[in-house]
Design a protein around this ligand. Structure first.
Ligand code: PMP
Length: 391
Protein backbone atom coordinates (compact mmCIF):
# COMPACT_ATOMS: atom_id res chain seq x y z
CA UNK A 1 0.00 0.00 0.00
CA UNK A 2 1.26 3.48 -0.78
CA UNK A 3 1.80 5.45 2.40
CA UNK A 4 0.65 9.04 1.86
CA UNK A 5 0.24 11.59 4.63
CA UNK A 6 -3.10 13.36 4.83
CA UNK A 7 -3.24 17.07 4.02
CA UNK A 8 -2.59 18.99 7.23
CA UNK A 9 -5.74 21.14 7.40
CA UNK A 10 -5.87 21.68 11.17
CA UNK A 11 -5.49 25.29 12.38
CA UNK A 12 -1.73 24.89 12.57
CA UNK A 13 0.53 23.32 11.58
CA UNK A 14 -0.31 24.01 7.95
CA UNK A 15 1.11 22.48 4.76
CA UNK A 16 4.76 23.49 4.58
CA UNK A 17 6.30 24.78 1.35
CA UNK A 18 9.19 22.68 0.01
CA UNK A 19 11.59 25.64 0.13
CA UNK A 20 10.87 26.08 3.87
CA UNK A 21 11.38 22.36 4.52
CA UNK A 22 14.69 22.59 2.69
CA UNK A 23 15.89 25.18 5.17
CA UNK A 24 15.04 22.84 8.04
CA UNK A 25 16.89 20.01 6.31
CA UNK A 26 20.10 21.99 5.73
CA UNK A 27 23.25 20.89 7.47
CA UNK A 28 23.31 22.65 10.84
CA UNK A 29 26.28 24.88 11.56
CA UNK A 30 27.42 26.47 14.82
CA UNK A 31 25.43 29.43 16.05
CA UNK A 32 28.66 31.46 16.26
CA UNK A 33 29.46 30.70 12.63
CA UNK A 34 29.71 34.13 10.95
CA UNK A 35 27.38 32.88 8.20
CA UNK A 36 24.63 32.11 10.71
CA UNK A 37 25.21 35.35 12.60
CA UNK A 38 24.74 37.27 9.35
CA UNK A 39 21.55 35.32 8.56
CA UNK A 40 20.07 35.88 12.05
CA UNK A 41 20.90 39.60 12.06
CA UNK A 42 19.35 39.98 8.61
CA UNK A 43 16.20 38.12 9.69
CA UNK A 44 15.60 40.32 12.75
CA UNK A 45 15.96 43.42 10.58
CA UNK A 46 13.61 41.95 8.00
CA UNK A 47 10.99 41.17 10.68
CA UNK A 48 11.19 44.73 12.00
CA UNK A 49 11.05 46.40 8.59
CA UNK A 50 8.36 44.21 7.04
CA UNK A 51 5.94 44.66 9.94
CA UNK A 52 6.96 48.32 10.51
CA UNK A 53 8.24 47.92 14.05
CA UNK A 54 10.15 50.80 15.64
CA UNK A 55 11.29 48.67 18.61
CA UNK A 56 12.57 45.12 18.49
CA UNK A 57 11.65 41.79 16.90
CA UNK A 58 12.36 38.51 18.68
CA UNK A 59 12.59 34.93 17.34
CA UNK A 60 12.93 32.53 20.26
CA UNK A 61 12.62 28.73 20.44
CA UNK A 62 9.28 27.78 21.95
CA UNK A 63 5.60 27.53 21.10
CA UNK A 64 2.93 30.19 20.88
CA UNK A 65 2.11 29.83 24.56
CA UNK A 66 5.66 30.80 25.41
CA UNK A 67 5.27 33.87 23.23
CA UNK A 68 2.02 34.75 25.05
CA UNK A 69 3.80 34.57 28.38
CA UNK A 70 6.80 36.50 27.04
CA UNK A 71 4.57 39.33 25.80
CA UNK A 72 2.84 40.04 29.10
CA UNK A 73 5.75 39.29 31.42
CA UNK A 74 7.75 42.07 29.78
CA UNK A 75 5.03 44.70 29.55
CA UNK A 76 3.26 44.36 32.90
CA UNK A 77 4.86 44.21 36.27
CA UNK A 78 3.39 42.91 39.52
CA UNK A 79 0.52 45.16 40.63
CA UNK A 80 -0.06 46.62 37.14
CA UNK A 81 -3.62 46.79 36.02
CA UNK A 82 -4.16 44.40 33.09
CA UNK A 83 -7.38 43.92 31.10
CA UNK A 84 -7.64 40.64 29.15
CA UNK A 85 -10.40 40.23 26.57
CA UNK A 86 -11.30 36.63 25.81
CA UNK A 87 -13.19 35.45 22.76
CA UNK A 88 -12.78 31.77 23.64
CA UNK A 89 -10.32 29.05 24.56
CA UNK A 90 -7.09 30.93 23.82
CA UNK A 91 -8.32 34.14 25.39
CA UNK A 92 -9.10 32.07 28.48
CA UNK A 93 -5.55 30.72 28.32
CA UNK A 94 -4.31 34.32 28.42
CA UNK A 95 -6.46 34.97 31.48
CA UNK A 96 -4.88 31.93 33.14
CA UNK A 97 -1.36 33.10 32.28
CA UNK A 98 -2.05 36.60 33.64
CA UNK A 99 -3.74 35.31 36.78
CA UNK A 100 -0.41 33.84 37.96
CA UNK A 101 1.61 37.03 37.83
CA UNK A 102 0.28 39.22 40.60
CA UNK A 103 -1.46 41.66 38.25
CA UNK A 104 -4.57 43.62 39.14
CA UNK A 105 -6.48 41.59 36.56
CA UNK A 106 -9.77 42.43 34.83
CA UNK A 107 -11.42 40.39 32.13
CA UNK A 108 -14.14 40.71 29.52
CA UNK A 109 -15.45 37.51 27.95
CA UNK A 110 -17.41 37.25 24.71
CA UNK A 111 -20.10 34.61 24.17
CA UNK A 112 -18.92 31.69 21.95
CA UNK A 113 -18.66 32.71 18.29
CA UNK A 114 -18.65 36.40 19.14
CA UNK A 115 -15.92 38.92 19.92
CA UNK A 116 -15.62 41.44 22.72
CA UNK A 117 -16.74 44.76 21.22
CA UNK A 118 -14.64 47.90 20.97
CA UNK A 119 -17.38 49.74 22.86
CA UNK A 120 -17.07 47.34 25.82
CA UNK A 121 -13.30 47.75 25.83
CA UNK A 122 -13.59 51.53 25.58
CA UNK A 123 -16.09 51.65 28.42
CA UNK A 124 -13.99 49.42 30.70
CA UNK A 125 -10.82 51.42 30.05
CA UNK A 126 -12.64 54.71 30.62
CA UNK A 127 -13.76 53.44 34.02
CA UNK A 128 -10.39 52.31 35.35
CA UNK A 129 -6.78 53.30 34.89
CA UNK A 130 -5.28 50.37 33.02
CA UNK A 131 -1.67 49.66 32.13
CA UNK A 132 -1.98 46.85 29.58
CA UNK A 133 -4.79 45.62 27.32
CA UNK A 134 -4.49 42.05 26.02
CA UNK A 135 -6.55 40.75 23.08
CA UNK A 136 -6.59 37.77 20.73
CA UNK A 137 -6.51 38.85 17.08
CA UNK A 138 -7.95 35.60 15.73
CA UNK A 139 -9.51 33.24 18.28
CA UNK A 140 -8.69 29.80 16.92
CA UNK A 141 -11.28 27.88 18.93
CA UNK A 142 -14.22 29.62 17.25
CA UNK A 143 -12.65 31.25 14.19
CA UNK A 144 -13.51 34.86 15.00
CA UNK A 145 -11.40 37.87 14.08
CA UNK A 146 -11.17 40.93 16.28
CA UNK A 147 -10.91 44.16 14.21
CA UNK A 148 -7.34 44.93 15.23
CA UNK A 149 -6.83 48.01 13.08
CA UNK A 150 -9.98 49.64 14.47
CA UNK A 151 -9.01 48.66 18.02
CA UNK A 152 -5.49 50.06 17.66
CA UNK A 153 -6.97 53.25 16.19
CA UNK A 154 -9.34 53.63 19.12
CA UNK A 155 -6.53 53.00 21.58
CA UNK A 156 -4.32 55.66 19.97
CA UNK A 157 -7.12 58.21 20.06
CA UNK A 158 -8.81 57.46 23.37
CA UNK A 159 -6.43 55.44 25.56
CA UNK A 160 -2.96 56.34 24.36
CA UNK A 161 -1.24 55.41 27.64
CA UNK A 162 -2.46 51.81 27.68
CA UNK A 163 -0.07 49.28 26.10
CA UNK A 164 -1.77 47.06 23.53
CA UNK A 165 -0.69 43.39 23.45
CA UNK A 166 -2.17 41.17 20.72
CA UNK A 167 -2.03 37.40 20.36
CA UNK A 168 -1.46 37.02 16.63
CA UNK A 169 -0.79 33.27 16.73
CA UNK A 170 -3.61 32.50 14.30
CA UNK A 171 -3.20 35.65 12.23
CA UNK A 172 0.35 36.93 11.76
CA UNK A 173 1.88 35.96 8.45
CA UNK A 174 -1.59 35.52 6.95
CA UNK A 175 -3.63 38.52 8.10
CA UNK A 176 -2.34 42.04 7.55
CA UNK A 177 -1.12 44.04 10.52
CA UNK A 178 1.60 46.59 11.10
CA UNK A 179 3.10 47.60 14.41
CA UNK A 180 2.79 51.29 13.51
CA UNK A 181 -0.99 50.98 13.74
CA UNK A 182 -0.26 51.41 17.46
CA UNK A 183 0.35 47.85 18.59
CA UNK A 184 2.85 47.48 21.44
CA UNK A 185 3.46 43.75 21.36
CA UNK A 186 2.34 41.34 18.66
CA UNK A 187 3.15 37.70 19.24
CA UNK A 188 2.92 34.66 17.06
CA UNK A 189 4.61 31.35 16.36
CA UNK A 190 5.86 29.46 13.38
CA UNK A 191 3.20 26.85 12.59
CA UNK A 192 0.29 28.96 11.39
CA UNK A 193 0.23 31.95 9.04
CA UNK A 194 4.01 31.76 8.67
CA UNK A 195 3.61 28.29 7.18
CA UNK A 196 6.45 26.60 9.09
CA UNK A 197 6.81 23.65 11.44
CA UNK A 198 6.07 24.36 15.14
CA UNK A 199 8.90 25.40 17.41
CA UNK A 200 9.53 29.12 17.09
CA UNK A 201 7.95 32.01 19.00
CA UNK A 202 8.05 35.34 17.17
CA UNK A 203 7.33 38.73 18.76
CA UNK A 204 7.41 42.36 17.74
CA UNK A 205 7.65 44.98 20.49
CA UNK A 206 7.25 48.73 20.06
CA UNK A 207 9.91 51.12 21.25
CA UNK A 208 7.73 52.15 24.19
CA UNK A 209 7.16 48.50 25.19
CA UNK A 210 10.92 47.93 25.14
CA UNK A 211 11.45 51.08 27.20
CA UNK A 212 8.87 49.94 29.74
CA UNK A 213 10.68 46.62 30.17
CA UNK A 214 14.09 48.27 30.44
CA UNK A 215 12.74 50.65 33.08
CA UNK A 216 11.32 47.81 35.20
CA UNK A 217 13.37 46.06 37.85
CA UNK A 218 14.41 42.47 37.06
CA UNK A 219 11.40 40.32 36.17
CA UNK A 220 10.75 36.89 37.67
CA UNK A 221 11.00 35.13 34.31
CA UNK A 222 14.44 34.44 32.91
CA UNK A 223 14.38 32.58 29.56
CA UNK A 224 11.67 34.89 28.16
CA UNK A 225 13.05 38.17 29.50
CA UNK A 226 13.28 40.80 26.73
CA UNK A 227 16.30 42.24 28.50
CA UNK A 228 18.17 38.94 28.03
CA UNK A 229 17.26 38.67 24.35
CA UNK A 230 17.66 42.28 23.20
CA UNK A 231 21.46 42.03 22.94
CA UNK A 232 21.07 38.88 20.78
CA UNK A 233 18.45 40.44 18.52
CA UNK A 234 20.67 43.52 18.12
CA UNK A 235 23.73 41.48 17.30
CA UNK A 236 23.58 37.70 16.97
CA UNK A 237 27.14 37.34 18.22
CA UNK A 238 25.67 37.76 21.71
CA UNK A 239 24.37 34.64 23.48
CA UNK A 240 21.39 33.91 25.69
CA UNK A 241 19.73 30.58 24.74
CA UNK A 242 21.03 28.61 21.77
CA UNK A 243 19.06 29.77 18.72
CA UNK A 244 17.17 27.05 16.76
CA UNK A 245 19.44 27.51 13.75
CA UNK A 246 17.42 25.66 11.12
CA UNK A 247 14.18 27.25 12.29
CA UNK A 248 15.75 30.69 11.97
CA UNK A 249 16.70 29.86 8.38
CA UNK A 250 13.20 28.49 7.80
CA UNK A 251 11.67 31.72 9.12
CA UNK A 252 13.86 33.76 6.81
CA UNK A 253 12.48 31.73 3.90
CA UNK A 254 8.91 32.06 5.23
CA UNK A 255 9.29 35.84 5.39
CA UNK A 256 10.77 35.88 1.89
CA UNK A 257 7.66 34.06 0.61
CA UNK A 258 5.32 36.42 2.50
CA UNK A 259 7.07 39.49 1.13
CA UNK A 260 7.05 38.02 -2.37
CA UNK A 261 3.27 37.61 -2.22
CA UNK A 262 2.86 40.96 -0.45
CA UNK A 263 1.28 41.32 2.98
CA UNK A 264 -1.85 43.04 1.65
CA UNK A 265 -2.25 40.54 -1.21
CA UNK A 266 -1.73 37.62 1.16
CA UNK A 267 -4.42 39.01 3.46
CA UNK A 268 -6.84 39.33 0.52
CA UNK A 269 -6.09 35.78 -0.65
CA UNK A 270 -6.79 34.42 2.82
CA UNK A 271 -10.09 36.30 2.99
CA UNK A 272 -11.18 35.01 -0.42
CA UNK A 273 -10.16 31.44 0.35
CA UNK A 274 -11.89 31.57 3.73
CA UNK A 275 -15.13 32.86 2.21
CA UNK A 276 -15.01 30.09 -0.41
CA UNK A 277 -14.48 27.39 2.25
CA UNK A 278 -17.28 28.81 4.41
CA UNK A 279 -19.74 28.91 1.54
CA UNK A 280 -18.94 25.44 0.28
CA UNK A 281 -18.79 23.59 3.63
CA UNK A 282 -21.92 25.38 4.90
CA UNK A 283 -23.76 24.14 1.81
CA UNK A 284 -23.41 20.60 3.25
CA UNK A 285 -25.48 21.58 6.29
CA UNK A 286 -22.68 22.48 8.70
CA UNK A 287 -23.22 25.77 10.50
CA UNK A 288 -20.42 28.28 10.96
CA UNK A 289 -19.67 28.78 14.68
CA UNK A 290 -18.70 32.43 14.22
CA UNK A 291 -20.97 35.23 13.14
CA UNK A 292 -20.33 35.53 9.39
CA UNK A 293 -19.18 39.17 9.66
CA UNK A 294 -16.60 38.19 12.33
CA UNK A 295 -15.43 35.01 10.57
CA UNK A 296 -11.66 34.77 10.44
CA UNK A 297 -9.58 34.51 7.26
CA UNK A 298 -7.44 31.71 8.69
CA UNK A 299 -9.59 29.18 10.54
CA UNK A 300 -13.25 28.15 10.40
CA UNK A 301 -15.23 26.22 12.98
CA UNK A 302 -18.31 24.37 11.71
CA UNK A 303 -21.01 22.92 13.92
CA UNK A 304 -22.68 19.59 13.13
CA UNK A 305 -26.36 19.59 12.28
CA UNK A 306 -28.70 18.64 15.15
CA UNK A 307 -28.44 14.95 15.99
CA UNK A 308 -25.13 14.38 14.22
CA UNK A 309 -22.88 15.37 17.13
CA UNK A 310 -22.36 11.86 18.43
CA UNK A 311 -20.40 11.20 15.28
CA UNK A 312 -17.71 13.85 15.85
CA UNK A 313 -14.75 11.49 16.22
CA UNK A 314 -16.07 9.06 13.64
CA UNK A 315 -16.57 11.89 11.15
CA UNK A 316 -13.11 13.37 11.63
CA UNK A 317 -11.55 9.90 11.39
CA UNK A 318 -13.40 9.31 8.11
CA UNK A 319 -12.18 12.65 6.70
CA UNK A 320 -8.66 11.71 7.84
CA UNK A 321 -8.90 8.39 6.04
CA UNK A 322 -10.08 10.27 3.00
CA UNK A 323 -6.95 12.41 3.03
CA UNK A 324 -7.45 15.55 5.09
CA UNK A 325 -6.62 16.03 8.75
CA UNK A 326 -9.18 18.39 10.33
CA UNK A 327 -9.45 19.30 14.02
CA UNK A 328 -12.09 18.95 16.69
CA UNK A 329 -13.59 21.93 18.46
CA UNK A 330 -12.33 23.09 21.84
CA UNK A 331 -13.68 24.33 25.14
CA UNK A 332 -17.46 24.78 25.21
CA UNK A 333 -17.73 23.63 21.59
CA UNK A 334 -15.79 20.35 22.03
CA UNK A 335 -17.67 17.55 20.26
CA UNK A 336 -20.13 19.96 18.67
CA UNK A 337 -18.21 20.60 15.47
CA UNK A 338 -14.91 20.56 13.62
CA UNK A 339 -12.34 23.17 12.65
CA UNK A 340 -10.34 23.60 9.50
CA UNK A 341 -7.29 25.75 9.00
CA UNK A 342 -6.96 27.49 5.64
CA UNK A 343 -3.83 29.49 6.13
CA UNK A 344 -0.27 29.85 5.01
CA UNK A 345 1.18 28.72 1.74
CA UNK A 346 -1.81 26.90 0.32
CA UNK A 347 -3.46 27.08 -3.10
CA UNK A 348 -6.82 26.43 -4.72
CA UNK A 349 -5.73 22.80 -5.17
CA UNK A 350 -5.37 22.41 -1.41
CA UNK A 351 -8.93 23.61 -0.84
CA UNK A 352 -10.38 21.36 -3.53
CA UNK A 353 -8.73 18.35 -1.86
CA UNK A 354 -9.98 19.47 1.56
CA UNK A 355 -13.60 19.87 0.50
CA UNK A 356 -13.53 16.63 -1.50
CA UNK A 357 -12.26 14.75 1.57
CA UNK A 358 -14.98 16.35 3.73
CA UNK A 359 -17.61 15.25 1.19
CA UNK A 360 -16.30 11.66 1.17
CA UNK A 361 -16.23 11.74 4.98
CA UNK A 362 -19.90 12.78 4.95
CA UNK A 363 -20.79 9.96 2.57
CA UNK A 364 -18.96 7.40 4.67
CA UNK A 365 -20.78 8.56 7.80
CA UNK A 366 -24.16 8.42 6.08
CA UNK A 367 -24.78 12.18 6.00
CA UNK A 368 -27.38 12.84 3.32
CA UNK A 369 -25.30 14.95 0.95
CA UNK A 370 -25.05 15.04 -2.81
CA UNK A 371 -21.49 14.13 -3.86
CA UNK A 372 -19.84 17.05 -5.61
CA UNK A 373 -22.32 19.63 -4.34
CA UNK A 374 -19.92 21.44 -1.99
CA UNK A 375 -17.15 21.05 -4.55
CA UNK A 376 -19.34 22.72 -7.15
CA UNK A 377 -19.83 25.69 -4.81
CA UNK A 378 -16.11 25.84 -4.09
CA UNK A 379 -15.11 25.59 -7.73
CA UNK A 380 -17.34 28.49 -8.68
CA UNK A 381 -15.89 30.60 -5.88
CA UNK A 382 -12.34 29.70 -6.86
CA UNK A 383 -12.92 30.58 -10.48
CA UNK A 384 -14.41 33.91 -9.37
CA UNK A 385 -11.30 34.53 -7.26
CA UNK A 386 -8.98 33.75 -10.16
CA UNK A 387 -5.96 31.62 -10.78
CA UNK A 388 -4.76 29.89 -7.60
CA UNK A 389 -6.49 32.52 -5.49
CA UNK A 390 -4.29 35.26 -6.83
CA UNK A 391 -6.72 36.83 -9.27
N1 PMP B 1 -3.03 31.56 20.82
C1 PMP B 1 -3.81 31.16 19.80
C2 PMP B 1 -4.78 32.14 19.22
C3 PMP B 1 -3.66 29.86 19.30
O1 PMP B 1 -4.42 29.46 18.29
C4 PMP B 1 -2.72 28.98 19.87
C5 PMP B 1 -2.51 27.58 19.36
N2 PMP B 1 -3.51 27.01 18.65
C6 PMP B 1 -1.95 29.46 20.92
C7 PMP B 1 -2.13 30.75 21.37
C8 PMP B 1 -0.94 28.58 21.59
O2 PMP B 1 0.08 28.25 20.70
P1 PMP B 1 0.96 26.93 20.94
O3 PMP B 1 0.02 25.78 20.81
O4 PMP B 1 1.97 26.97 19.82
O5 PMP B 1 1.55 27.04 22.28
Amino acid sequence: MIQVNPLVMVPGPTPIARSIQEQMAKETIAFHDPRFIADFDALVLELKNTWRCDGMAFAVAGSGTMAMEMAVSNTARRGDSVLVCSNGHFGDRYIDICSRKGYDLDTIKAPPGDTVSLEEIDERLAGKKTDVLVVTHVETSTGVELPLFELADMMRLKHPDVLLVADGVASAGAVEFYMDWGIDVMLTCSQKGMGMAPGLGILWASQRAIEKRLNMPAIAESYIDFAKWIPVMKDARAYWGTPPINMIWALAEAVRIIKGEGIGERDRRHRRFAAAVRKSVSSLGFKLAADEHLASPTVSAFLYPEGAQAKDEEFRAAVYDEGAHIAGCQGDLAGAGFRVGHMGNITANTLVSLVAAIERGCLRCGYPIKPGSALAVLQEELVAIGSQGRG
